[in-house]
Structures are given as C-alpha cells and as structure tokens.
Design a protein around this ligand. Structure first.
Ligand code: TTP
Ligand code: MG
Length: 370
C-alpha cells in the first residue's frame, strides 16, 4: 500500500516576513512589488491570510492590491503592510524546512528497521512530497505528519498544511483542502467521494483554458467531468485528456523522486529589518547565525567544518564575501563564532567599508564539511 504526503507552507513568503518582524504579527501583509503609493508596477508574490480577506493574493497587480488596502483602511480596517521581496531569498528557510522533514523520516524509518534512504521530493520553494508507505497505516502516517508540522512550527515558527493520500495527486489536493494549518488524510476508499464535489481546477494541470473548454460542456466539478468518456476528453484536450480521465478518478502512479543529496555546505543569510552600521545590532545577527549553523550541521550528520564564508550586502546592494580556511577541521561553535566576528569587524570600519555604508544583509556559510 502506498501512502504519500504533500506538505505546503502557508502563505510562505509573507509568513517568513511576519515571523521576522514580530511587530507585524496579525497584520495584513503582502510581499511583492513596491506599491509606490498606488503607482507601482508588478504583482504580489503572496499575501498572508488577513490580506487575502481583502481580496489580495498571488499575482494580484500591485495597484489593485493598493486599492483594496485603501478601501479596507477607509472602512476602519488595518491597511496592508507591503513588503518588497527585493533581494531577500527564502531559500535558506526552505532548505531548513526540508531538512526538518528529512530528519523525521530518517529517524522514524531507522526505528522501523527500514534501511532505504527517505523518499523526499521538493517541488517548489515551499512544498514537497514524501513517501510514508513505511508507516504501514494511514493512522501512523497521520501521526508522523502531525509531528513534522509541530516541529516546523517550533523550529521555524511557520505553519504548514499537509495532505496524505494513496498517491501524489490526492496528497496534493488534500494539502490544499484545509489551509492554513491543515492536515487532511484521504484513504483509498474515500478518494472518489472526496474529489467529486471539487472544482476541476483543483486537478493540477487544469488551468483557465482547460477549465473554459470543460465549462462549455457544463463540466464544473470533478463529478461532472466523470460523465465524459475518455474519448470525449481526448477530443477536447488531446493526449492529456486520457490522463485527466484517470485523474478525475483519483488515479496517479507517478513516483516520489528524491533529489540529489544536499551540497556539502550549509549557510544562512538574513536581511536585517533595517539597514544598520551598529555593532550592537549586527554582531548578534552573525553570532546567532554561527550558532544556528552548528546545529544544522549536526542535524545533517556533519561534525566538522574547515572553511567559513561571510557575506555582507550593503544598502546599495553591493555584495562582498570573505572566506577563511582553518588549519584543521573543527566542530566548535566557539571557534566559528570567534572567526566570524573577527571577519565581520572590518566591515564596520574603514578597512572594508571606507564610505561607511550601512549593511543590509549578513550571511554566514560553513564549507568543507565532514
Ligand atoms: P504557494 O504555496 O502557491 O503560496 P503560499 O505559500 O504563499 O500560500 P498558500 O498558503 O496558499 O500555500 O507559493 C509559495 C511561495 O511562492 C509564495 O509564498 C510566494 C511564491 N509565489 C510567487 O512569488 N508568485 C506566485 O504567483 C505564487 C503562486 C507563489
Ligand atoms: Mg504555500
């Protein structure tokens, strides 16, 4: 019996920004282009759930988002906080999330004397599939997913939604079913009824065009779609019609494909809430990153590093990296902290920063891991 899970982070970019700026907690937030007081160009990358209540979501034009925010403000509701995604990368957070999941799978599998490496497939910055067949029952798979969700919340202060089903298709649709912070389990005998009332758009691959073609045949729900023969679907949608015929019945045998093992370097970078040149503000950042790296290293099964890379981005986006190779590998948090702060100080004075530019982002990476 196959048991497949799909995990997708809730309002990912916006949740990361909200987490990193505690004073924004609970406020409507949209991440994306700069609204420039209603004159901005571009679109929203994502919005958190309070901002979605105003009608703002991924791909909403920034001007439209601004109007919706203004309309809310006039009603006495809090206006949207617009955050420019700019140069911020969410990759480091994403990597850590995947690592948390991988670690749970490894530990549980080991306890069950399962020796194969975990099957974990990351499909975008905030979502992945993983194979939980080893759990042996949907009940146990659900318990494990609950643990993973809890651990992500605890370690990263981010909420996620998980779907569990007999294949990737069902897992994916189920993870979206009770967002945010959802956990939906669909057992094989529930598949047909679960899908029936949902819009055909819920099937990955059915976009606006296919939706329109199907709507012309009065097909709106998956149950409606099942009334069409495979031949008919092929006639409308070409070869893909056959695939859709099976998907409407919840059938999908695509495998979970594990990616290559992670590179042997671990790093973290953070954009500061505000550009700064204050030692008091900056040093705690690099120190915390150094500390985090030691624990991520341990989680990935490494005990030592030999090379340290420090990255600094100034307020004008000039980005500089400096590296240092130690005489021998070490796993010491104190040695890392000391080296990183030593490497950082020149950026605060004339040596590396003659024009006294403020610093926007700091990052630390350890390499040559063993
Ligand atoms: P999604 O998982 O599609 O969206 P989400 O995590 O923001 O919200 P949900 O709770 O509905 O899952 O995408 C993940 C991230 O990818 C999202 O936070 C921002 C980015 N993204 C874009 O930049 N542009 C887009 O059009 C979409 C859909 C996502
Ligand atoms: Mg998401």
């Amino acid at each position: 019996m196959r048991i497949i899970a799909h995990l997708d982070m809730d309002a990912f970019f916006a949740s990361v920004e909200e987490r990193d700026r505690p004073y924004l907690k609970g406020q409507p937030i949209a991440v994306g282009a700069d609204p420039q007081g209603g004159q901005g160009r571009g679109v929203i990358s994502t919005a958190n759930y309070p901002a979605r209540a105003y009608g703002i979501k991924s791909a909403t034009p920034i001007r439209k988002a601004w109007e919706l925010s203004e309309a809310a403000r006039k009603k006495g509701l809090p206006p949207v906080v617009f955050i420019s995604s700019g140069f911020r990368t969410y990759g480091a957070v994403s990597e850590r999330l995947m690592q948390v999941i991988r670690c749970h799978l490894e530990t549980t599998q080991k306890n069950l004397f399962e020796t194969n490496p975990p099957l974990l497939e990351q499909v975008s910055v905030d979502e992945c599939y993983f194979d939980l067949s080893f759990a042996g029952s949907f009940e146990r798979a659900k318990n494990l997913a609950e643990k993973i969700k809890k651990d992500i919340l605890q370690k990263e202060e981010l909420s996620s939604s998980v779907g569990i089903g007999p294949n990737k298709l069902i897992a994916k649709i189920a993870s979206d079913f009770q967002k945010p912070n959802g956990l939906t389990v669909i057992e094989p005998e529930e598949v047909m009824d679960f899908l029936a009332p949902l819009s055909v758009r819920k099937i990955p691959g059915v976009g606006p065009k296919a939706e329109e073609k199907l709507a012309r045949l009065r097909v709106r729900t998956i149950a409606d779609g099942r009334k069409l023969s495979e031949e008919r679907l092929k006639g409308i949608l070409g070869k893909w019609g056959s695939e859709l015929y099976r998907k409407l019945r919840g059938e999908d045998d695509s495998p979970v494909v594990s990616e290559a093992p992670p590179a042997k370097s671990i790093g973290e970078q953070e954009t500061l809430p505000e550009d700064s040149l204050s030692m008091k503000v900056l040093i705690p950042y690099v120190e915390r990153q150094a500390k985090n790296l030691i624990s991520y290293m341990a989680k990935e099964g490494f005990t030592a590093f030999q090379r340290i890379v420090l990255t600094v981005r100034f307020s004008d986006f000039e980005t500089v990296s400096r590296s240092r190779t130690l005489q021998e590998p070490t796993g010491s948090a104190e040695i890392l902290r000391r080296n990183v702060t030593q490497m950082f100080f020149p950026f605060l004075d004339r040596q590396e920063n003659p024009r006294k530019k403020k610093i926007r982002l700091v990052g630390v990476r350890v390499e040559k891991l063993s």
